[in-house]
Design a protein around this ligand. Structure first.
Ligand SMILES: [Zn+2]
Length: 171
């Protein structure tokens, strides 16, 4: 989803994510798995000096495998979006005011855009990636832990040196 960034209204340009195929595709890229829904709204602002700022909220529901027990689980991720994008020309210009560079690099999670368009697919994918939990685990943690410990026990039995000895004793 490539958005033209010329003539952004003073109050920003609103972009609904509800039911948008490109938003689901961006969510899928961030999730590395199936995404059943993406909702929310992003607002594109002209932050001055060519800097674009994207704010808003974005939520997704993904169907992923639990990192602990391996069962498939439904993961909800909600992103509070606040990302900044500076024009590529600024990076190439040595005469750029240093304050502008600091704004872009320190106060915002910053990226770059080229020309007069912003790739909203990449923006949304980045927003979800920043909000992503360190670990994907089942929401039912008791059942998850039981499954995980069963798996662990099975693993121990197979790799235990005594497993081989038991096999000899039986023979
Ligand atoms: Zn689990």
């Amino acid at each position: 989803m490539i958005l033209g960034v010329g003539d952004i209204p003073v109050n920003g340009r609103r972009l609904s994510l509800d039911g948008e195929a490109w938003a689901v595709a961006a969510g899928r890229d961030a999730a590395g798995g199936e995404v059943s829904s993406v909702t929310g709204e992003l607002v594109l602002h002209d932050a001055g000096a060519g800097v674009l700022r994207v704010t808003g909220t974005a939520a997704l529901v993904a169907e992923l495998d639990c990192d602990r027990c391996g069962e498939s689980t439904s993961l909800q991720v909600e992103a509070e979006v606040d990302l900044g994008y500076a024009p590529v020309v600024a990076r190439r210009t040595t005469s750029l005011d240093e304050e502008e560079v600091e704004l872009a690099e320190d106060e915002l999670d910053a990226g770059w855009y080229e020309g007069t368009t912003l790739d909203m697919h990449a923006v949304l994918c980045e927003a979800f990636t920043l909000a992503w939990p360190a670990r994907v685990v089942c929401s039912d943690s008791t059942a998850c832990e039981q499954r995980a410990s069963t798996l662990l026990d099975a693993g121990k039995a197979e790799t235990s040196p005594f497993a081989a000895l038991r096999g000899l004793a039986d023979a």
